[in-house]
Write a protein that binds this ligand. Sequence first.
Ligand SMILES: [Zn+2]
Length: 93
Amino acid sequence: MKTIRSPLTAEEIRRFLDATIGSDQPCPRCDTRQWIYPQEDENGQMLGLSITDASGNISGVYTTIVLHCANCGFVSPHAKSVVVNWLNENPSG
Ligand SMILES: [Zn+2]
């Protein structure tokens, strides 16, 4: 199996969204359809959500791909593992 390279590109994220929920979904807050796509840097760094234990200490990071609305700033996070698994199962070309 061809394994997706890192970093992910905005185009790969758009391809995943087109095949799942549609990349032209309206923003649930303001109804515009202008989403800003993240792009990983050369080290594969992308926004993550912290996982904390019962004491509030950070115990891990849940890596996410976060799109945001260009108009109102609403953020839409997607689990990176789901996106990467889909891209691995659906290579382009
Ligand atoms: Zn919006």
